[in-house]
Design a protein around this ligand. Structure first.
Ligand code: SAH
Length: 355
């Protein structure tokens, strides 16, 4: 019998695979993200930052500057588009701005540096949120949480087993009772995913927002309400492949559980708005008008602009599957802040039922 390799828990495998993947490959050969589809995405979020930033600084004394923090900035395209709008629509805010990028891949850091070299802002890179200075901030994360490592539990009879990876195939642990599933009885064959790293990141962001004024915007694909089912997927050259392919050769992601992260943020004391669907957010922020202006300005690009807009907002494309959640400082910390633009009912998450 050939000797079997040691089993590796799925989250450890996914963390290792994605670290190798982002360090070694050009991810954008394998998938396309919203800011890469159209400049409209980043421009609207830039205008969003201008409004939110003014609210944040309105309540601050002592002339503190604003930090614009991005987690997982990829090629830097979103930041470039946001900053281009900020300098135009809110020059006084731009004058106080410092940009902080949370990125672990040296290769992508270099791409971000090149992209932002002409932007006129000071940029600092960080491995995590801990080293980002304290102070008023806007944090943006697009398709960041979906890349963080997940754990999967599988129902066998009424008990849970955890998925490991061994010799390129899934293996199951003995019976486990994870505290995250809090006594939940398994259905045979049911698969439940949790993402403790995403929850820890959101908890850390929310804790900051309870001490310093600010707003965080998380945009990702996922569900508004916690659901069971397996969503782990791998893409290589734009096509789905097995998630267990050789570590580092494909991009591994899973749906974000927006209900779970909203609860984490609220438990830490922050306010949450949304989740709203990406299509709804972008249309409320003026995506259709912006596309029309671009078409008028560059008529020979009109079809490209329309196709890109459709991809971002149409319900059957990214419009419905992708969602946005805003996490905000409580009133005692940021008295000048109101519900962020694009979150139309203006009612913080969790207070909906009581109104
Ligand atoms: N936001 C970008 C890129 C999304 S891809 C866009 O919309 O185009 C995911 C990004 O998160 C990459 O920049 C990747 O290097 C980064 N990333 C993944 N895991 C990370 C981690 N644990 N810590 C910091 N950055 C991470």
């Amino acid at each position: 019998m050939p000797q079997r390799g040691a089993p590796e828990r799925l989250d450890a495998f996914m963390a290792r695979a994605n670290a190798a993947y982002y360090a070694g490959r050009d991810p954008f050969a394998d998938f396309v993200t919203a800011p890469e589809i159209s400049q409209i995405f980043g421009e609207l979020l830039g205008a969003w930052c201008a409004v939110v930033g003014q609210g944040i600084l309105a309540g601050c004394t002592g002339g503190a500057g604003l930090m614009l923090v991005e987690a997982g900035p990829g090629r830097g395209t979103l930041m470039v588009d946001m900053v281009r709008v900020l300098v135009r629509v809110a020059p006084h805010l731009f004058a106080t701005l410092s940009v902080h990028l949370i990125e672990t891949s040296p290769r992508l850091r270099a791409a971000q540096k090149a992209a932002l070299s002409q932007s006129g802002v000071s940029v600092t890179w960080h491995d995590g949120l801990e080293s980002v200075p304290r102070g008023p901030m806007i944090l943006v994360a697009n398709e960041f949480l979906d890349a963080l490592p997940i754990r999967q539990f599988v129902g066998e009879e009424t008990e849970w087993r955890e998925r490991f990876v061994q010799d390129g195939v899934f293996a199951l642990s003995d019976r486990v009772e994870p505290s995250e599933l809090a006594g939940r009885v398994a259905e045979p064959g049911e698969v439940v995913e949790i993402c403790p790293v995403a929850c820890a990141f959101v908890r850390e962001v929310a804790a900051r927002l309870c001490a310093e004024p600010g707003v965080a915007l998380f945009i990702d694909y996922g569900t508004a309400v916690t659901a069971s089912g397996e969503t782990l997927q791998a893409l290589r050259d734009g096509r789905p492949v097995s998630p267990l392919v050789e570590a580092g050769t494909a991009d591994l992601t899973a749906h974000v559980d927006f209900e779970a992260i909203a609860h984490v943020a609220m438990d830490a004391g922050a306010l949450c708005f949304g989740p709203v669907e990406q299509g709804e957010l972008l249309v409320t922020l003026g995506a259709v008008e912006r596309a029309r202006a671009l078409c008028a300005a560059v008529p020979d690009q009109a079809n490209t602009v329309r196709t890109a807009l459709d991809r971002l907002i149409a319900p059957e494309r990214m419009g419905r599957l992708f969602k946005a959640l805003a996490v905000m400082s409580p009133a005692g910390i940021a008295p000048g802040l109101v519900a962020p633009p694009g979150f139309p009912d203006g009612v913080p998450y969790g207070q909906k039922e009581t109104r």
